[in-house]
Design a protein around this ligand. Sequence first.
Ligand SMILES: [Zn+2]
Length: 166
Amino acid sequence: MSEWRSFLIYLVTDNIMSRKELVVSALENGTVLDHIPAENVYRALNLLNLKGIENQITIGINLTSKAQGKKGIIKIEDKFFEDDELNKLALIAPNATVNIIRDFKVVEKKKLTMPTEVIGIAKCRNPKCVTNHQPIKTRFTTVAKGDEISLLCHFCEKISKIKSVF
Ligand SMILES: [Zn+2]
């Protein structure tokens, strides 16, 4: 099992010469979300309702990943999620991995499962959709075509690409 005691985050700016290395404090207990596409890190914070919580959160953006080019990582102190909360993240970060840390050690590693339904967290792009006019929770079925994820509205059957919804 990996140790997170000397967790290193590289903050890479456009200019490689000004690369800075920061040693980020170790995570004693909590969740590390890894392999998030760098451009989706802030969307991930929204999706997991992490704005405004008091837990200590460390974010790394534009870390170099062999598989992904640039990736992002989010560490949340003392926070453990339900699987269906985490699986929402698959919509914008299908290859993300989740590391559960207890007492500085990774005690569980898991992959995300793409949810089949998305309820109440995205807006329908159809201006005429009933969900845009009445206080009804939006409800979509996920449709995957290769790497591209779209959402099919339960009410008006409009298909929206995930990028246009979040
Ligand atoms: Zn709709």
